[in-house]
Each structure stands twice: as structure tokens, then as C-alpha cells.
Write a protein that binds this ligand. Structure first.
Ligand code: PGA
Length: 250
């Protein structure tokens, strides 16, 4: 009953020509996929072009970030209205790279989440622990804090629309995937935390994606886990063939 999501985060890669080639190739490869929500998050400079290429297709557009204020003197930032205007339906919020390099906190995540939801943009809220936190048995505590603070003040009704992405930082771009058991354990814990915060029904409806070195070789076993409802893919989303294979997980 939870419709799976395969989301590709292109990060700071691809100029307009490269983005165009990737999206044209991808849409041909996945055109017959019906039972998976396919999402791509190109860099800001390519959003407009990619958006025009996605009209009438089964692929949806996401932004990799946004500001929590609606407009104003915030040099260099991009607002929710601008993202809706360009055709985005999703926004990635609180990616670990934003937290590590751009001072994002659970508090800014929460502000962005509310702004996104007030404007009908579906948030993909990223959580996950560092290697040091995992090794010192702090992973669950850290993730619980990220969920409780990041999603605080959201109504039960709105909570159902949120997408959460569990991305262990030690698995991002490193080639080290969490094992399917490690991922499932955290996903089940996140769902339990969501049940306590909202309700059984809301927690059962929220999609929880796994991210961190997802590739064609490991997507199938990850997607078989009960609480893994999709994937957020970095490196392997930069090649149309590999992302298409991930979208067509078995
Ligand atoms: P990766 O990145 O697939 O390259 O590990 C995932 C992410 O950061 O979303």
C-alpha cells in the first residue's frame, strides 16, 4: 500500500547539456514503469530544462534544497514559490551534506519542512548517523532526535505526506552500503518513532527511503525489506542505465 519511490539526487553534477542527455535517456528507459514514483533532483541551473522535458512523463521533479522564507533579502537562496513555479513536486531537506557543510540543523530542517508542506511540495527529509555515532552506539539516539525535532509541530494529517530518507553518512558515496538487516533495523525504528509521534495509520503511510551507495547490484535485496519503501540514489543516478535498473527493482 505504500507506493515505492526511486529518487535520484544528482548533487552538484551535470551542466544543462549533460542534464538534458541524462533525462532524455532516462525517460525512454523507464517509460513503461507504472508502480514506482520516479523522482529526479537536478542542480538548480538545470531544473527549468529538465522540467520542460518531463511534461507528460512518469518522472517527477525535485529540488535538492530550498530556503524556509518565502521571499526577501536572502542572497543566493531559492524559495519554495520558485521551485513550485519551475515544476518541482518534491524537495530534499536536510541532506547530510547540507548539515555537514552548510550548517543545517534539525531546527532549519523543521522550518523548511513546514514551508514545503504549506506550499504542497512533498518533503524528502534526510536523517542518518556518522560512523563515529554508529560505533559508539549512538545511531538510534541521533536518528530519534533528527526525527522528533525535524518533524515537530506537524499535524497527523500532514505527517502522512512526508517522505523520510535514512542515509547512514558512512554509506554515502563510499561504496559501503548498510546491510539489508542494518537498514531494516533502522527503518523499523524510524517507523516506531513516527507511530509514537503521530499515529499507527500515519506511520504506516509514511514512505521511508534508504540511501547510501544504492546501486543495481544491491537494490533488489534492500527493496525486499518490510520497512524500506524506496531509495534515494546519488552516484548511480548519474547514469541513465543504472538508475533505470534501480527504478525497475525486483
Ligand atoms: P550515493 O549518495 O548513492 O552516492 O551514496 C546518496 C545520497 O547522498 O543521497
Amino acid at each position: 500500500m505504500r507506493r515505492p519511490i526511486a529518487a535520484g539526487n544528482w548533487k552538484m553534477n551535470n551542466n544543462i547539456d549533460e542534464s538534458e542527455k541524462l533525462i532524455v535517456d532516462l525517460k525512454a528507459l523507464v517509460k513503461d514503469v507504472e508502480d514506482v514514483e520516479i523522482v529526479v533532483a537536478p542542480p538548480f541551473t538545470a531544473l527549468s530544462m529538465v522540467s520542460s522535458r518531463l511534461i507528460g512523463t512518469n518522472i517527477k521533479l525535485a529540488s535538492q534544497n530550498m530556503h524556509f522564507e518565502s521571499s526577501g533579502a536572502y542572497t543566493g537562496e531559492v524559495s519554495v514559490n520558485m521551485l513550485v513555479d519551475v515544476g518541482c513536486e518534491y524537495v530534499i531537506i536536510g541532506h547530510s551534506e547540507r548539515r555537514a557543510y552548510f550548517a543545517e540543523t534539525n531546527d532549519t530542517v523543521n522550518k523548511k519542512l513546514k514551508t514545503a508542506m504549506n506550499n504542497d511540495l512533498t518533503p524528502i527529509v534526510c536523517v542518518g548517523e556518522t560512523l563515529a555515532q554508529r560505533e559508539s552506539d549512538k545511531a538510534f539516539e541521533v536518528i530519534e532526535g533528527q526525527i522528533k525535532q525535524g518533524l515537530s509541530g506537524i499535524s497527523v494529517e500532514d505527517a502522512e505526506k512526508i517522505v523520510v530518507a535514512y542515509e547512514p553518512i558512512w554509506a554515502i558515496g563510499t561504496g559501503k552500503t548498510a546491510t539489508k538487516e542494518q537498514a531494516q533495523e533502522v527503518h523499523a525504528f524510524i517507523r516506531k518513532t513516527l507511530t509514537a509521534m503521530f499515529s499507527d495509520n500515519a506511520a504506516a503511510a509514511i514512505r521511508i527511503l534508504y540511501g547510501g551507495s544504492v546501486k543495481p547490484e544491491n537494490v533488489d535485496e534492500l527493496m525486499l525489506q518490510e520497512d524500506i519503501d524506496g531509495v534515494l540514489v546519488g552516484g548511480a543516478a548519474l547514469k541513465a542505465e543504472s538508475f533505470a535498473r534501480i527504478v525497475k527493482f525486483q
